[in-house]
Design a protein around this ligand. Structure first.
Ligand SMILES: [Mg+2]
Length: 310
């Protein structure tokens, strides 16, 4: 996903709030306050609240403490103990101002308290603050895993992803492939056209690569300098070679002028490796093999593919 899309997304989507209260009148008051700006869900007891959280993953829960059966504290504890729902923000709503109770609420992981009777201005401000914080933290988290120049995943994200996919393919005995890519004669390109043009070239190449990946599980990262790497899970060598060919063709089809290249335009070389992961191999060996194949493709004249199964 590109940075611009990512930045645009939070404004275009409505935040989700779950309102939990055993008194329908209280739900009604909160509903009137937030109905326009947010997507709302309602529950009148703890069990219902937990089920809705698991199903729709709201951003925020406005949670009544005093309810028959499961109390708000019980619900919060339950949500925080489950990794699937732990990051949902909880604001407690209570009719009693009690310091001991507030301390307990914060210790359980609540982000704020609201007191009944509901004051519309205070309540709206508290909810808005939580949404701002959550969006900023979501955005920071995403940015930390993206390459700032090209908007594709960065090496850090790659190094998290590959071991996960390695385990997945090992467990299910499925083929896993990687494609290592390197822009040909890129130093000459920078020397001739300057670094600004070099950056622009890398952005276009990154887009050509990511546009070539069709499946949601395929993954591309900027590996360093002018190097990119794709992970293709559940893909044998033949499929990975087809993908590499598509990428090599897509980059040449950009027709970016490069007078100091033997091809007179920007091209890319690819090293492909593939394996059905086993215990006696490491994911690093898959990258090493792809890297060696990339070297071979370069040796053989660039703008081509070399491949090997482990
Ligand atoms: Mg109540």
């Amino acid at each position: 996903m590109y940075l611009a899309e990512l930045m645009a997304r939070p404004q275009s989507e409505k935040g989700k709030i779950l309102i939990v209260d055993d008194q329908p009148l209280n739900i009604k008051i909160l509903h009137q306050l937030f109905n326009e700006e947010y997507e709302l869900f309602m529950a009148t007891n703890g069990e219902q609240a937990i089920a809705i959280c698991q199903k729709v993953q709201p951003d925020l829960v406005l949670l009544d403490i005093e309810m028959p059966g499961m109390s708000g504290f019980d619900v919060c504890q339950h949500l925080k103990a489950d990794p699937e729902t732990a990051s949902i923000g909880v604001i407690f709503v209570t009719a009693h101002f009690d310091e001991v109770q507030e301390v307990k609420g914060f210790q359980l992981g609540a982000v704020d308290f609201i007191h009944k009777p509901i004051n519309p201005i205070i309540t709206t401000a508290r909810v808005k603050n939580q949404f701002t914080l959550k969006r900023q933290s979501d955005l920071l988290h995403s940015i930390a895993l993206l390459d700032s120049l090209t908007g594709v995943a960065n090496r850090r994200q790659f190094e998290q992803r590959l071991p996960e996919l390695w385990k997945h393919c090992c467990r299910n005995q499925l083929a896993l492939s990687v494609v290592m890519l390197d822009v040909d004669f890129f130093k000459r390109f920078n020397d001739r056209y300057g670094h600004q043009e070099g950056d622009q070239c890398l952005r276009q190449v990154a887009k050509a690569i990511s546009d070539s990946l069709r499946r949601g599980i395929d993954f591309v990262a900027r590996y360093g300098g002018e190097e990119f790497i794709c992970i293709l899970p559940e893909t044998p060598l033949s499929g990975a070679m087809n993908m590499a060919k598509n990428i090599v063709n897509a980059v040449q089809a950009l027709h970016l002028e490069h007078v100091d290249s033997s091809f007179k335009e920007v091209t890319i070389s690819a090293g492909v490796s593939s394996v059905i992961p086993r215990q006696d191999l490491t994911w690093q060996s898959l990258i090493e093999t792809a890297d060696q194949q990339l070297y071979l493709a370069k040796e053989r004249g660039r703008n081509q593919i070399a491949s090997l199964s482990l």
